[in-house]
Design a protein. Structure first.
Length: 659
């Protein structure tokens, strides 16, 4: 006998085929992040710990040994070693988690497959402990470290749940998770990441009736983090996120055939682009009045005759949506068109018009065999030593290879390093580049550690920490030549990114810590940008800047727009933390420039808020402001569901709000 649920799922799959054929939206946009790694890269290969990957042998213990070896017992903010899965089907029967020898949960668990099509983690059918959806259990469990804080601060339960806000550098990349049959309490990835971390290039699926949640982000405190190029199929819940801190960014996500809810948000701030939810009885739930969802290109296909497709207890900002038609007695929703919604009410103020449209993906180079890559150690670089690696790195860059890799470790440099035109990728293994104690003559704080000054094909720089901690300011990366550059999975500690007036198209993806100094007319596209610190975090002089998902911490001006700049902030969280003696406006827009933003503010101390959210100045010195009392409260903070200041002729118009 065919159950009604099976019929609904079959109809959902039919809808998916229809949507893929007819939709103008991009449902799946692989960014070609996956590639095999050289054997001497410093990653820990699970085969070296006994994993077989034949789908028959139980590989749980072997994989866990690799995870244990990757992160020494001593929590830290820098990444640990990467755990690498070559092609294979790895049978697992218990949770994979990072815990030190002392029993403490650890941050910095990075799992990476050779490619999502070639690497599968398969949960054994009817695995012990995965049968009860009232007590769900994760296949992959990413946790926080504990850096000099009380384990129960803020009501967290660190020792039992691994909760906290020290969950730096957790990653799950480029693999498929199969949750098997008879596991209705299974969670694919119970994820926690802070400041930097991502689930990218991951597919999660299960047999009918198996899988409670594809991705759970319910513990204290998720974000900022990135979920990108992800597909979840056939769980009770596709993605669930809770808590009011610290935001999540979703891009190119497909949630299909969930049995209950596609995406549920319980109080957090979500920035979403190109998210498709297909076949779930309830597609999208924003169930907490503190929740904010800012969605550009949201597509929903709901079963006919079901519940309302979207429900909203907080704020929802929709741009370019494809949703069920207006209110009727079938599966459609009161939320059915572009606009700013408070609950089910569409506000009559400004509507979100994101005018800057990014390309679907960075133009990635063809992945070449690792045997053609150049290892900086082969040219004399010695990580984790006091030896200057500058000349060795230059030697690798001049080798003729188009991919240069840095095995795990810390490398000292003493001068600027130019990336030549031929080089198309710098690959770190969560490697650290640090300015050494001795600088060469002429190398000042205003000179960049890495410099792209030539023309050439697009350049990727990924998985590095640039470290200048507690040593003053320093430029980390400079784009002065007309080539496109992607910075991906990067930590900047005490360093900035500078793009000159002649610099090419700049992409930032899952980047934390840096100040941005932007000039020139080429676009700047960012997703999951966590810029922390004081002063002006983004000085934009004339560039078109689009940020999907921003997060700040400390009192600062997030963006100062000058020189005809166009800035759009599509979702995020601002967190001033403490009261400021000299309050700064969140955003400043000057004559001839455009600025639009949608975000939430967090505050837990009275007065630790922005008094001015947007200050607009004219050429003649007149200014307008959107003050905190003009925006709806979010606890002690505020919602800015959509604020804008667009230029009209020689000077800007008055700042406007959706409220």
């Amino acid at each position: 006998m065919i159950s009604p649920g099976s019929l609904a799922r079959a109809a959902g799959r039919g809808l998916l085929r229809l949507c893929v054929a007819s939709s103008s939206l991009l449902l799946w946009a692989p960014r070609a992040t996956a590639y095999p790694l050289p054997s001497d890269a410093g990653a820990l290969n699970v085969h070296d710990y006994g994993a077989v990957g034949d789908g028959i042998a139980d590989d749980t213990a072997a994989i866990q040994m690799a995870i244990d070896a990757a992160c020494a017992d001593g929590n830290h903010a820098w990444p640990a070693k990467l755990v690498y899965f070559p092609a294979g089907n790895y049978l697992v029967s218990d949770t994979l988690v990072s815990r030190g020898a002392s029993g403490k949960f650890m941050n910095s668990m990075a799992l990476m497959g050779e490619s999502p099509g070639d690497v599968k983690l398969t949960l054994r059918d009817r695995a012990a402990g995965f049968s009860d959806p009232r007590a769900p259990k994760a296949l992959i469990f990413a946790t926080s470290g504990l850096l000099a804080r009380n384990p129960s601060d803020g009501g967290r339960d660190y020792f039992n749940k691994g909760e906290g806000n020290d969950a730096y550098n957790n990653y799950v990349h480029d693999l498929t998770i199969n949750l098997g049959a008879g596991n209705p309490g299974a969670i694919g990835v119970d994820f926690l990441a802070n400041n930097i971390g991502a689930i990218r290039g991951v597919r999660i699926a299960a047999a009918d009736g198996s899988c409670h949640e594809g991705i759970a982000l319910d513990r204290k405190w998720p974000g900022p983090l990135l979920i990108q190029d992800v597909r979840v199929d056939g769980c009770a819940f596709g993605i669930s996120i809770a808590n009011t801190e610290y935001s999540a960014t979703l891009e190119d996500v497909v949630l299909s055939n969930q049995r209950q809810v596609g995406l549920r948000n319980d109080g957090n701030s979500l920035a979403m682009r190109r998210v498709s939810i297909i076949g779930a009885p309830r597609a999208l739930e924003n169930i907490n009045p503190a929740g904010l969802i800012v969605a550009d290109y949201l597509r929903v296909v709901a079963p006919v005759g079901g519940q309302p497709a979207l429900t909203n207890a907080g704020f929802m900002v929709l741009s370019h949506p494809e949703l069920p038609a207006g209110p009727t007695n079938d599966s459609s929703s009161p939320i059915h068109s572009m606009g700013v919604y408070r609950g089910a009410t569409r506000l009559r103020g400004e509507s979100p018009q994101w005018l800057l449209q990014p390309p679907a993906a960075f133009p990635a180079p063809t992945n070449r065999a690792p045997s053609t890559w150049a290892n900086v150690r082969s040219y004399g670089a010695e990580p984790d030593s006091n030896k200057d690696a500058t000349d060795a790195i230059r030697g690798a860059l001049a080798s003729g290879a188009d991919t240069i890799y840095f095995p795990s470790g810390r490398y000292l440099v003493s001068d600027s390093i130019d990336v030549p035109e031929r080089v198309r990728r710098l690959v770190g293994m969560f490697s650290v580049l640090a300015v050494g104690p001795r600088r060469r003559a002429g190398f000042s704080a205003n000179d960049a550690v890495l410099r792209a000054s030539s023309t050439g094909t697009p350049l990727i720089i990924e998985r590095f920490t640039l470290d200048h901690t507690n040593r003053g300011s320093q430029v980390g990366v400079e784009l002065s030549g007309p080539r496109d550059v992607l910075l991906r999975d990067m930590i900047f500690s005490g360093l900035s990114v500078r793009r000159s007036r002649y610099g090419g198209h700049l992409f930032l993806e899952n980047v934390t810590g840096c100040r941005l100094d932007l000039s020139g007319k080429k676009p700047v596209d960012a997703r999951q940008l966590n810029t922390e610190g004081g002063g002006v975090r983004i000085a934009n002089s004339g560039a078109p800047l689009l940020v999907l998902g921003i997060k700040t911490e400390q009192a600062c001006t997030v963006v100062h727009n000058t020189g005809g700049a166009r800035t759009e902030i599509v979702g995020g969280l601002l967190y001033p933390v403490h009261p400021s003696a000299a309050p700064l406006p969140a955003f400043v827009n000057t004559a001839g420039s455009d600025l639009s933003a949608a975000y939430a503010e967090s505050a837990h101390i009275p007065g630790a808020v922005y008094l001015d959210h947007l200050v607009t100045t004219s050429a003649g010195g007149t200014s307008w402001r959107i003050a905190d009392e003009q925006l709806p409260p979010r606890g002690l903070g505020r919602f800015a569901p959509f604020i804008t200041s667009r230029s009209l002729g020689p000077g800007p118009s008055k700042a406007r709000s959706a409220m």
